[in-house]
Design a protein around this ligand. Structure first.
Ligand code: NAP
Length: 523
């Protein structure tokens, strides 16, 4: 497919700016036109114009749109995977799986819209005879918040990019979306944007419901977040980027919510009983989790915590041996590779940190990430803030504590995290109840006898956590409750039936779950 590298604003190709960067290798590339301020503003104002139409459409149409987008992405076939592979080096099998996840996600949200209970309807009927004061008729539900700015992630060019989790959940809620494409995969973004536009056009929906803006440098993203028509921001990427956008959104005349998913080191606690029973198996699982996708996952386990002793020494040797044999692989881009190399240098420079092993497999390419493992003691971890920052890539740090109390101190000093994992036996759990209680305060997902990489988009999953894992610990970016980022409640007091939304009318025409007089019912 021939790529043009231009912006796509409300279904139209737009290139006000000169070509500003070349992306690709050899002759297989594209001249990308960075969006101008005018283009940013036009995309946002057309999104605002489309909002009334989009939110007023029956849920079946929004479900049909999500289904249609999934079908159009599938129809792009192998060229989409080839382009994504060229731009990210993630490999065909991984990208094929990611495409399936993207389409499943779109369809999952289509079913959420059809089912309808996401509006969380609540009804407390009038009590005109109540003493001393009558109660009015009160009915509350969630409505879409307005146009959403979505920042694509570098490490998921399909599932957390143009038609990924943000667009799926925002469209499900009834919000238009303006996507800031990630500069690492502009061609993939353009192809998926074409699929979205095709679906929007086929269903006769206002084209302003979707726009794609290209850019490299921070101007486009900042202008988008500052645009008064944008009402919420979704972001996956670095702490620095997420924080900058959060600050920009809060400095607006009208501050808006920013749902940024940022760094995490995803601690794994290996308790003594589990290490005795299956230390080698845990070491193998850990190596696989650390090196999956060249460690470029927000759920990569960057720190492993255990009690000093022979079992932990054996475990450290096992992990070292496995990491030494693990091959390096190409990272997403030069910038991320450089960040990884610098991250390894800063860990190695901390006094008290020992390099256990580094991949011994030879590689010709400069930008490949070599797996690495370090070790240290709990005091060093406790006293060096740098060890608590994410190193984005295939490395991990084993921290050894002398006592249960030291393990708990390590847990207490951690920043907010997306996940924490515990490997233990029932007896370990009994003895380390305090640890679980501390971790509950720190993370969004607690994993038992497993590994944090690999996240299932579904109803019960939570992909979030206290700052700096995210800027809002109450929400998730993956799973069906991600829709809650793009809604706000409205309460209707003493409204006539004919003027109420169908979700709140007597007789429950949509047959959704509602809390009526304190009871959940579909009646
Ligand atoms: P990034 O630098 O945060 O960029 C993500 C998006 O935000 C890009 O579109 C970028 O576009 C924009 N952006 C970044 N800083 C900005 C700012 N100050 N103002 C306005 N827009 C800004 O993330 P990345 O390129 O994916 O990778 C860099 C690092 O992010 C990695 O090394 C890793 O540490 C982390 N990362 C974390 C996750 C995660 O899941 N939490 C995922 C991927 C990467 P412009 O460059 O055009 O401004």
């Amino acid at each position: 497919m021939k790529l043009h590298g231009r912006n796509l604003i409300a279904g139209e190709v737009s290139a006000q700016g000169n070509p500003t960067f070349w992306h690709g290798t050899g002759t297989v590339g594209v001249n990308v036109h960075e969006a101008t301020d005018w283009e940013v503003s036009r995309a946002a104002s057309l999104a605002a114009e489309a909002f009334e139409d989009f939110r007023a459409r029956p849920p079946e149409q929004r479900a049909a749109l999500l289904d249609r987008i999934a079908a159009e992405i599938e129809a792009l076939g192998d060229p989409l995977i080839e382009r994504a592979n060229l731009e990210t080096s993630l490999g065909v099998p991984r990208l094929t799986g990611e495409r399936a996840r993207t389409c499943n996600q779109l369809r999952m949200f289509a079913r959420v819209v059809e089912e309808g209970s996401w509006v969380q309807a609540r009804i407390d009927r009038a009590l005109p005879d109540r003493k001393p004061l009558p109660r009015p008729d009160l009915r509350r539900m969630l409505i879409p918040i307005g146009p959403v700015a979505s920042f694509s992630a570098s490490n998921f060019p399909l599932a957390i990019s143009v038609a990924g989790n943000d667009l799926s959940s925002a469209f499900a809620a009834g919000c238009p979306v303006v996507v800031k494409a990630h500069p690492g995969h502009p061609g993939t973004s353009e192809m998926v944007a074409n699929a979205v536009n095709k679906a929007v056009g086929e269903l006769g929906i206002h084209p302003g419901v979707f726009s794609l803006l290209q850019g490299r440098g921070h101007a486009v993203g900042l202008a988008l977040v500052r645009d008064p028509e944008i009402k919420a921001v979704a972001f996956t990427g670095s702490l620095r980027g997420g924080r900058a956008l959060f600050d920009a959104a809060n400095a607006r005349a009208e501050p808006i919510p920013v749902f940024a998913e940022m760094g995490s080191i995803n601690p794994v606690f290996v308790l003594p009983g589990a290490l005795e029973e299956r230390g080698r198996q845990i070491a193998e699982g850990l190596k696989n989790s650390v090196t999956l996708g060249v460690g470029q996952f927000c759920t990569c386990p960057g720190v492993v915590v255990g009690l000093e002793g022979e079992a932990t020494e054996r475990f450290t040797r096992d992990v070292g041996e496995l990491i030494a044999a693990a091959p390096p692989a190409a990272m997403l881009n030069d910038h991320i590779w450089r960040g990884y190399v610098e991250g390894l240098q800063s860990i190695a420079a901390v006094p008290g940190v020992k390099a256990v092993a580094r991949s011994k497999v030879e590689t010709q390419s400069r930008t490949t990430g070599a797996p690495a493992v370090f070790a240290t003691d709990a005091d060093t971890f406790y006293n060096n803030k740098a060890l608590r920052d994410e190193v984005f890539g295939p490395s991990t740090l084993i921290v050894k504590g002398r006592s249960k109390e030291e393990l708990e101190s390590v847990a207490r000093v951690l920043h907010g995290q997306l996940t924490a994992t515990i490997h233990g036996t029932p007896q370990d759990l009994e003895e380390h109840r305090g640890l679980i209680s501390i971790l509950e305060q720190k993370v969004g997902r607690l994993i038992f006898n497993g590994f944090p990489t690999g996240i299932e988009p579904c109803n019960a999953v939570h992909h979030g956590g206290p700052y700096p894992a995210t800027t809002d610990a109450r929400t998730t970016s993956i799973g069906t409750t991600a829709i809650e980022r793009f809604v706000r409640p409205v309460c209707y007091q003493d409204f006539p039936q004919s003027a109420l939304p169908p979700e709140l009318r007597d007789g429950n025409p949509r047959k959704i779950w509602r809390l009526v007089e304190g009871q959940m019912t579909r009646e």
